[in-house]
Write a protein that binds this ligand. Structure first.
Ligand code: PEP
Ligand code: MG
Length: 764
């Protein structure tokens, strides 16, 4: 059964749009279950009616015509109950509703299961039979399994279908379907209206986007060069591995023969010629067809060959990707919206800054590091748009609503205008905030808060200076490491750090030691683990590699000579001994650079409070260092046991959770008792409401992205401490993050500061 399931899922997965996916689904399920009928009813998002979209066994003329309201008939009942209904004699059930024209009157037994994706009913899968019998337990279990596995696939195909529909209708000069809404997680506030450019991260066949080409002969030539390149590489690899056993060596020969054999190549070329596809997508289609064919084979050995074909395809694809000339400024449209299956920090650098208006990623969440960088750059962003048909998006017009987490494909004039108005409102707000740029973050009754910025890129450092930041509370040193192809040398690091320190001098710059692991990987230092966020991260990596740590500290110290505005901060501290070890290495590096003649001052040293263990030992930690800074992003992830990068659980990730608030208060109190400076440098500090709560808790300094800094300052300047204290008192008695947030929002609205939060307010 497992094999049948796997095959059905794979075939449905490979279908290019919803109708063919559904046709395959009903045919395969009907066959596997040996029933007379298998149908699928899909809910129409506008009318909320279940429409018979595919059937094997019912009258084909009724497909697309017959429908039921959301609480009509047995199909409606399955949807309302959100559980299977299994009946021996459907017509005797009080909710039975005869669908005329379908021919279903012949069938007595009925089993319907809901297809649910992310709590949303997509449709109902039904099997029927004329014999009166109840479907047995294993049949019911099979239907539940198949519908659970296919829900995501169908949601994806549904979105793809809508986008495809746009494309085909456009070429036939029909009215296009506009404003198809695709949801995601709001990751960086703001609105963008622009044209999509799809970037794929690596040579992954499944991620290749569709793209049309004009010069067919040139494209064929490019493909032939890629084939030649792959052939030479395989040959070389086979020669290098001369010690292989003969059967393994034979595999290389098979690969070469497959490339020499005209079948694969000529099929790709035919597609380029006929469809004007670029070579990448023609190769993708041919290879995936072969793969599906081999996957369907009963023989296990032959099934395994699918992997070889995929490998071969990926190798040719890598050659094709290399042959693309590096894009230049003019290759990108003005108002470019970068879309990718998985956005990475280095992709942000690929689009010229003045053209980049929006970012969209199918994977990741609002708390992923790429989203944090996007916020720092002030680029509206949506993450975790899991149903996004990325491959079909290249070149289409799109609206990114970074407040609510929604995308609108082919926006109508009405939607365009609506969002253009928001863009104007935003611009006016930002201009208004300019006026307080040089004023302190001080409440009406004189309480002073220090507001700093988080940086990582040179561009965000430059942006921050004219936002009125009072220094850098967190410089993520791993960001420049992620932009390179090897570890930067001491000299290279020194130059990068010097620019940061000079940009802000005499104000302090808090440099965090390399914090890799989790979702921050270096291509040249891969870390593969089952549980990366609980694994080799931050200080754990650098203490295991003192050569990397020492080099980095030496570069920081040398860069600070004559400026003396450096502070050093240690990430992911879980044990007192980690601080001791790191301090020992910092002192050692300091002595070394002094001996080399650099007059570097000994910087202040601080630790980040990011894991629950550090919350409970905050007082001991505060005794050891000059400052403590809460990384509320990781602290939220570890306290709530929610992977900050996983879109499936993104709704559960919330820094306004009462448990997080209580931990934040505890850390602040512990630091104060030891006369240690306490700050927060996670994203919560950049939320105007969150900032007020943290100020009332007693935090001395907040560090945030440059975009939010003026907003936070404006709110701080508008209140007095009584307002902030009573708001904190009120929320500390509440028990859910949602109620905490709405209480804060309401208070700000009443205070006339609601506009600072933006149209849909919730930017965590
Ligand atoms: C944090 O965890 O809150 C933090 C500031 O560090 P990062 O987001 O880089 O993990
Ligand atoms: Mg962190």
């Amino acid at each position: 059964m497992l094999n049948v399931l796997k095959q059905i899922v794979q075939e449905v997965n490979n279908a290019s749009h919803l109708d063919s996916a559904l046709d395959i689904l009903v045919a395969r399920v009907q066959n596997a279950m040996q029933t007379e009928v298998c149908s699928v009813y899909v809910i129409d998002s506008e009318t909320r009616r279940y429409i018979l979209r595919a059937s094997k066994g019912l009258n084909q003329d009724s497909i697309g015509k017959v429908s039921l309201s959301a609480n009509e008939g047995l199909v409606g009942l399955v949807g309302v109950r959100e559980e299977p209904i299994n009946l021996e004699d459907a017509s005797s059930h009080p909710r039975y509703h005869f669908l005329s024209g379908t021919g279903e009157e012949k069938f007595n037994s009925f089993l319907g299961v809901p297809i649910i994706h992310q709590k949303r009913i997509l449709g109902i899968l039904v099997v029927q039979q004329s014999a009166r019998r109840k479907f047995d337990e294993s049949e019911e279990a099979f239907m539940i399994t198949i519908s659970a596995q296919l829900a995501g696939v169908l949601a994806h195909a549904e979105a793809a279908g809508m986008v495809l529909e746009l494309e085909t209708s456009k070429s036939k000069n029909k009215k296009v379907r506009q404003d198809v809404v695709i949801p995601g997680a709001p990751a960086s506030p703001g609105v963008a209206i622009g044209t999509v450019v799809v970037l794929s991260p690596t040579a992954d066949l499944y991620d290749v986007p569709d793209r049309e080409i004009k010069d067919v002969p040139q494209e064929i030539e490019r493909f032939q060069c890629a084939i030649a390149g792959a052939r030479a590489q395989i040959k070389q690899l086979g020669e290098k591995l001369a010690d292989l056993r003969p059967e393994e060596q034979a595999l290389f020969d098979v690969y070469i023969r497959m490339l020499d054999d005209d079948a694969l190549g000529s099929e790709v070329i035919r597609r380029i010629e006929e469809n004007h596809q670029w070579a990448q997508s023609a190769l993708r289609d041919v290879i995936l067809e072969y793969v599906a064919h081999f996957d369907r084979m009963d023989d296990a050995y032959l099934r395994e060959r699918a992997t070889d074909i995929k490998d071969l395809g990926s190798r040719v694809l890598a050659n094709l990707q290399e042959s693309i000339k590096l894009p230049v400024d003019s290759d990108f449209p003005d108002n470019c919206i970068l879309v990718s299956e998985e956005l990475t920090p280095s992709m942000l650098g690929e689009v010229p800054e003045h053209k980049l208006v929006g970012l969209v990623s199918a994977k990741g969440s609002a708390n992923s590091h790429v989203a944090i960088l996007a916020r720092a750059l002030g680029v509206p962003t949506i993450m975790g748009a899991v149903d996004l048909p990325v491959k079909l998006m290249d070149g289409i017009e799109l609206v990114v609503d970074g407040y609510r987490g929604r995308l609108y494909t082919h926006p109508s004039a009405r939607i365009r205008q609506q969002f253009q108005d928001i863009v104007e409102e935003e611009r006016a707000l930002v201009e208004g905030l300019e006026a307080i740029k040089d004023l302190p973050a001080q409440t009406q009754d004189g309480h002073r808060l220090q507001l700093c910025v988080n940086t990582g890129l040179i561009t965000d450092a430059l942006r921050s200076v004219d936002k009125g930041a009072e220094g850098v509370g967190l410089y993520r040193t791993e960001v420049p490491f992620m932009m390179k192809e090897r570890f930067p040398s001491e000299n290279e690091q020194e130059k990068i750090y010097r620019t940061q320190l000079e940009t802000f001098a005499p104000q302090p710059v808090t440099m965090r030691t390399l914090d890799i692991g989790g979702d921050k990987s270096l291509t040249y230092f891969p870390i593969t683990e089952d549980n990366p966020f609980l694994g080799w991260r931050g200080i754990r990596v650098t203490l295991d590699h003192p050569e990397i740590f020492l080099l980095q500290i030496r570069a920081m110290l040398k860069a600070s000579v004559g400026l003396d505005n450096l502070k050093i901060m240690l990430p992911m501290i879980t044990n007192i001994t980690e601080v001791e070890e790191a301090q020992y290495l910092i002192y050692r590096a300091h002595e070394e650079v002094l001996e080399e003649g650099y007059k570097a001052a000994m910087p202040q040293i601080g630790v980040m409070i990011e894991v629950p263990a550090a919350v409970y030992q905050a007082r001991q930690l505060a005794q050891m260092v000059d400052f403590i800074s809460v990384g509320s992003n990781d602290l939220t992830q570890y306290l709530l046991a929610v992977d900050r990068n996983n879109p499936r659980v993104a709704d559960l990730y919330d820094s306004f959770h009462p448990a997080v608030l209580s931990a934040l208060q505890q850390v602040c109190d512990a630091g104060k008792k030891e006369n240690c400076v306490v700050s927060v440098c996670g994203e919560m500090a950049g939320n105007p409401g969150g900032a007020l709560l943290l100020m009332a808790m007693g935090y001395d300094m907040l560090s945030m992205n440059a975009t939010n800094l003026p907003r936070v300052k404006s709110v701080v300047r508008s209140v007095n401490m009584d307002f902030a204290n009573s708001l904190l008192e009120e929320v500390m008695l509440l028990d859910t993050p949602q109620v905490v947030y709405s209480t804060v929002e309401l208070a700000l609205n009443k205070h006339g500061q609601g506009h600072i939060l933006g149209p849909a307010s919730r930017s965590k």
